[in-house]
Design a protein around this ligand. Structure first.
Ligand code: AMP
Ligand code: MG
Length: 336
């Protein structure tokens, strides 16, 4: 029996906007980009925020056009097609490759952007049967952070490596969009890029922002828990239920172990990382998903700027030590 799972989930994390300050209105624009549903919501005293929202969407698309491995004119596509020859790329691509490098090291290779050949095999849009062991073994030979050579603004990959920035680019683009909005004077806003939530400033009421952590595999998207943060945080979730198919009663999801070449099989269903920048949270969320609970928690505890919520295969919630009742990051079981 084969069953194909939900290809896209409208919103991984639902943001509760329960209250708004009397004068401030909330302006929202939703769009589909980066393979997911996105929305940008801005609190403002003005009557119209059309330009700001339109520009935010355009910015996202511009970044997607250079970072997506699926868009033919993108920097990443060109690197992947260049057969080991150096390719000149944008400053932004270089910055993101360098940031990725940092997280490849920090996670001990659990997060690895040279996963391209494997993610081509595990292409969740087009397959519903696992690839053969031979194909996986061949693809595994191309995985290594040492296969990315950066010199100035040129990049080449060696040993047949192919890049996939899917586990960090959405976060990076959220950071860029947030930066744009802040530069435009926005003091309170929510970016929701399919599981990657970025909160700008405080809620106009001064209340904490509430972000739900989804119950894995529940179609009703009910919240398992609610995270509350005071201001200016990114909250990024990586979860096995975001993209998957079922084959012979087994679930194959989109988070791939660079060790085995197949979807990770450990004690975690999802990891939510809370930090100041979405790109870092994005990379860490994927990395921790691959590392499993013990090593993932150990990593997050070693990093002062990040907190995490782990959901285990038994639907247990484990939190890092910086989350707590009288702290700036709180967690409640269920929906707020
Ligand atoms: P995320 O939803 O941020 O966890 O990203 C998952 C996406 O990143 C997948 O759809 C793949 O394109 C890619 N990916 C899967 N496994 C890994 C991994 N171990 N390291 C880096 N990227 C990965
Ligand atoms: Mg990620």
């Amino acid at each position: 029996m084969r069953k194909i799972g939900l290809a896209f989930l409208p919103l991984l994390l639902s943001v509760s906007i329960l209250s708004s300050c009397s004068e401030q209105k909330l302006f929202t624009k939703s769009f589909f980009a980066m393979d997911t549903f996105c929305s940008v919501s801005v609190y403002s005293l003005q009557n119209d925020q059309e330009n700001l929202l339109e520009n935010s969407e355009t910015l996202c698309r511009e970044f997607e056009n250079i970072l997506s491995k699926k868009i033919i004119s993108s920097d990443v596509y060109k690197i992947n097609q260049s057969k080991g020859n150096p390719v000149e790329v944008s400053d932004e691509t270089i910055k993101l490759l360098n940031l990725s490098n940092k997280y490849m090291k920090l996670t001990n290779g659990a997060f690895d952007i040279t996963i391209g050949a494997l993610s081509d095999l595990w292409d969740f849009k087009n397959i519903n049967v696992p690839p053969s062991d031979d194909k996986i073994l061949n693809a595994l030979k191309t995985i290594s952070s040492y296969n990315i050579i950066i010199e100035g603004n040129t990049v080449k990959t060696i040993n047949g490596s192919s890049l996939d920035l899917g586990a960090i680019a959405k976060g990076y683009i959220a950071d860029k969009t947030a930066m744009y909005l802040r530069d435009e004077g926005v003091e309170s806003a929510i970016l929701d890029f399919g599981g990657s939530i970025t909160l700008i400033g405080q809620k106009p009421t001064g209340d904490f922002w509430n972000v739900g952590i989804r119950k894995p595999f529940k179609d009703d998207k009910s919240a398992l828990a609610t995270l509350s943060v005071k201001s200016d945080k990114s909250i990024v979730t990586s979860g096995v239920y975001q993209r998957y198919f079922e084959y012979n009663n087994k679930i194959y999801h989109h988070i791939i172990s660079p060790q085995t070449g197949s979807p990770t099989e450990n004690d975690l269903l999802s990891v939510t990382i809370i930090g100041d920048y979405a790109a870092d949270c994005d990379a860490l969320a994927t990395g921790c998903m691959v590392m499993g609970l013990e090593k993932g928690l150990e990593l997050i505890e070693s990093l002062e700027q990040f907190e995490a919520v782990f959901v285990t295969t038994e639907n247990k919630i484990i939190i890092s030590s910086g989350i707590g009742e009288n702290k700036d990051i709180r967690l409640k079981i269920g929906r707020d």
